[in-house]
Design a protein around this ligand. Structure first.
Ligand code: BGC
Length: 794
């Protein structure tokens, strides 16, 4: 044992610990300070080096202007650029401040959000441009998440199209409408990986897969930002929430996350990286604690990964009051410390907490924050403002703003997107041996039952627009005729009366066919909408069972921001469609789908659980040392072999429907997967990982339309890597494409795979290809396909 030093005897043990801790903290702080100083001088030296051509913010020509403005700024004005408030309908608890006009005139605010009226935007902007000393324009932001006014399906639905092109077009429409309104910055896309349907924000993202999530992330950024940020109709995007927010323990929003570096690198970081590569102007730092350090004070993710490894030059804004929340997190015990920790970790702009406004000046004066670090953060803000052309065009044309909204092409796109987002989960027969959908010609009298067919909270996502909207009821009446449609409420979403239920059942009996519109209201998913139960809310299950008991053919349309556990429905209802929250054109899109004008092609981007106890549930899981692949999991274990495997004793391991699953009105068959070579060379692959995206292997399979309707099929390619230095998932998506097939038509579907398809985050903490065995499937979903084998040789 090491003898204690004499000084330690002078203090009680707890004080010794405190002193040591304080010393350690002091030393750590000094190191961090020096480290940040060094980084900032390096950053300043290297700032002329653009990261990539993709983002308008890395343009070296901007830097001269950035520097010229910086030189004129006082410290107070610099800090002002790092301060943001919500000046409209709040989306979180506020600071109580409202003296924004005065603050803008003093140069104390860099950005406002939640201001949506063009005249208000101009009012604030006029103060910045005319009254503030340096006339630096305000950057106005908003959560434009699935459309601004023209409303698209929620992002989970948009992702279910597996069509980055449609996502790009939808975001372009959103950008055009928002920009015309004066909003030049959206807090979108949310690119968090979501593996747990309890987490309400699953609705806002692209699901559980990093490859698909990356494709969608890039598509959103391209759509919002266009070819140039300063072009008309372009807005800055903000990839959020950096990082790991979707892994909230128990699916409870804002909860702690523990994510190993391996899992971060392979699953959670890639969509952010894709957004950065696509040129996103900004990122938002998340609420959650990540491995013990809140994401909004996390130098590993914000500085090491984002700035140093990825070379990001844009702006990092905190999430709503995330700087202030460092106090309840326990990372800071006062506002000054919270501001210092968030700032030094790499959060440039403080959303709403006001702590940068209150403390940064003193922190710089006391040298707890280097002045160069403030300059660097201000650079990030100015770059975005300059790239957007805000200095040249700070005001919005109030008369022109409404003309950008609800263009017929935009509404048509919202309908196409909705049609493509629906996932046909089941299409059985109602007794005649034929699939119930599409509806047979001459179908007569409909009973349209359920709280989501026309409710005033018709599923339009979080921000109801005011534009034209046709509900499911309206669209069905238009199609089938008023006299053939009878509407019954059945029950509300949460509350229901015996009388409404009985009326609906009686109505079902009188009809030829029942359409049941059940599920969640929009406010049951999204932020702060975690659920511990994933079944139908309120009395909807009771209604469902009573209606099905009438013996009438039933089509169930599920509206939700997540998969719902309704195993009874999947057993007893012939046809089930996941409609998500389909946006303003959801009604007509659904009716066209039910009547077969369009053939459903959406596929799941999240594994659909059988029961909530399976969550988090995701297809790209590790195999475990005791996989239950060959065990019959439909029964409780009857013997030792069946028991001591990774399983539940009361539920199957498999999802109700796997990731990638979705039916069509036609059927497809898949031939075996063939690969262009049975071996790859690790050294050559690693040489290519530096950025060469040429094909190192091609895989091909024949896909045939074996039914009688033309259809689009989303063909997926999965890889499994065994024998590398780290364990890899049982399957990982590495490609997808949509093919159109006429009835009876077959196509060879080919995927060209770059080296990165075979790289793993290895035991030396690097992405590399390693000698290993490869299994490659071309498949309709993550649970099927006939694989090919290959190897990576040393
Ligand atoms: C959410 C963010 C959103 C921000 C601004 C926060 O509560 O987590 O996603 O962008 O509010 O509205």
């Amino acid at each position: 044992m090491v003898p204690p030093s004499s000084s330690q005897f002078l203090l009680p043990r707890s004080s010794v610990r405190q002193v040591r801790a304080a010393q350690a903290r002091g030393i750590a702080r000094l190191f961090l300070y020096l480290f940040v100083c060094v980084c900032f001088s390096t950053a300043c030296l290297s700032q002329a080096l653009p990261r990539s051509e993709a983002d308008g913010i890395s343009d070296p020509a901007l830097e001269a202007r950035v520097n010229a403005i910086l030189q004129k700024m006082t410290l107070e004005e610099k800090i002002g650029q790092l301060v943001q408030y919500s000046a409209g309908q709040p989306t979180g608890p506020g600071t109580g401040r409202s003296d924004y006009e005065d603050m803008i005139a003093k140069g104390q605010i860099g950005s406002l959000f939640n201001v949506i009226e063009p005249h208000q935007i101009n009012m604030y902007q006029r103060i910045a441009m005319e009254k503030s000393r340096l006339h630096i324009p305000i950057l106005f932001g908003l959560d434009v998440i699935h459309g601004f006014k023209t409303e698209f399906p929620i992002p989970l639905g948009l992702a279910s199209t597996w069509d980055p092109a449609i996502v790009e077009k939808a975001s372009r429409v959103a950008a055009m409408e928002a920009a015309a309104d004066g909003i030049r910055w959206t807090f979108s896309p949310m690119v968090d990986i979501a593996r747990d349907a309890r987490w309400g924000r699953m609705a806002e993202g692209a699901g559980e897969d990093p490859y698909l999530g990356s494709a969608m992330a890039a598509a959103y950024v391209r759509g919002y930002q266009g070819a140039r940020l300063d072009a008309p109709g372009s807005i800055a995007s903000c990839a959020k929430h950096f990082v790991g927010y979707g892994a909230a323990e128990a699916g409870r929003d804002y909860n702690t996350t523990e994510i190993s570096e391996h899992t971060l690198r392979e699953f959670y970081l890639p969509p952010f990286h894709a957004a950065v590569e696509a040129g996103t102007a900004s990122l938002m730092s998340a609420f959650n604690t990540l491995n013990g350090t809140p994401s909004s004070a996390n130098p590993f993710t914000l500085r090491q990964v984002l700035r140093r490894e990825w070379g990001f030059q844009g702006l990092v804004v905190s999430d709503w009051n995330a700087v202030g929340e460092l106090i309840p997190h326990g990372l800071a015990i006062d506002g000054a410390t919270a501001a210092r920790k968030a700032f030094l970790a790499g959060v440039d702009m403080d959303m709403v907490s006001s702590l940068y406004h209150d403390h940064l000046q003193a922190l710089v004066s006391s040298r707890q924050i280097p002045a160069a670090a403030v300059d660097e953060a201000v650079r990030h803000v100015l770059r975005v403002k300059l790239a957007l052309g805000l200095f040249e065009h700070p005001f919005v044309d109030e008369a022109a703003a409404p003309k950008a909204l609800y263009h017929p092409e935009s509404i048509a796109l919202s309908q196409t997107a909705a049609e493509r987002s629906f996932v046909l989960l089941k299409n059985g027969s109602a007794g005649d041996g034929q699939p119930l959908l599409p509806l047979a010609k001459g179908t007569q009298n409909f009973a349209l039952i359920g709280p989501l067919a026309e409710d005033s909270s018709y599923p339009d996502g979080a921000r109801p627009g005011s534009g034209p909207r046709t509900t499911l009821l309206g669209a069905l009446v238009q199609r089938a005729g008023q006299e053939h449609v009878t509407r019954y409420k059945g029950t509300g979403i949460l509350e229901g009366s015996d009388q409404d239920l009985a009326d609906a059942v009686a109505g079902a009996r009188k009809s030829d066919i029942v359409i049941l519109a059940l599920g969640e209201s929009p406010d049951m998913s999204g932020e702060a909408a975690s659920r511990a139960h994933l079944g139908l809310p309120g009395r909807q299950q009771e209604l469902l069972e009573a209606v099905v008991r009438t013996g009438k053919p039933v089509i169930l349309i599920l509206f939700s921001g997540r998969p719902l556990t309704v195993p009874w429905a999947f057993e007893h209802v012939p046809a089930v469609v996941a409609a998500w929250l389909p946006g303003m054109s959801g009604g007509p899109a659904l009716v066209r789908t039910l009547f077969g004008d369009v053939n459903p092609s959406g596929k799941l981007v999240v594994s659909w659980p059988r029961s909530v106890g399976q969550e988090p549930l995701y297809y790209n899981a590790m195999n475990t040392g005791r996989p239950a692949e060959t065990t019959d999991l439909t029964h409780a274990p009857g013997n030792i072999q069946d028991r001591y495997v990774s399983r539940y004793i009361d539920e199957q391991n498999s999802p109700q429907f796997p990731f990638g699953y979705g039916l069509s009105y036609t059927t497809f068959s898949y031939g075996p997967t063939k690969v262009s070579s049975d071996h790859l060379n690790a050294t050559e692959l690693n040489r290519d990982l530096g950025g060469n995206r040429h094909a190192v292997l091609s895989a091909e399979a024949q896909v045939s339309n074996t039914g009688s309707r033309a259809a689009n099929e989303i063909v997926q390619l999965y890889v499994r890597i065994q024998g590398a230095s780290t364990e890899q998932p049982v399957r990982a998506l590495k490609g997808f494409q949509t093919v159109s097939l006429a009835p009876g038509e077959s196509k060879e579907v080919k995927f060209d795979l770059p080296a990165e398809s075979f790289a793993v985050w290895n035991d030396r903490n690097q992405f590399a290809a390693e000698p290993s065995k490869l299994t490659i499937w071309i498949a309709p979903d993550s649970a099927h396909g006939t694989p090919a084998q290959a190897q990576i040789v040393p």
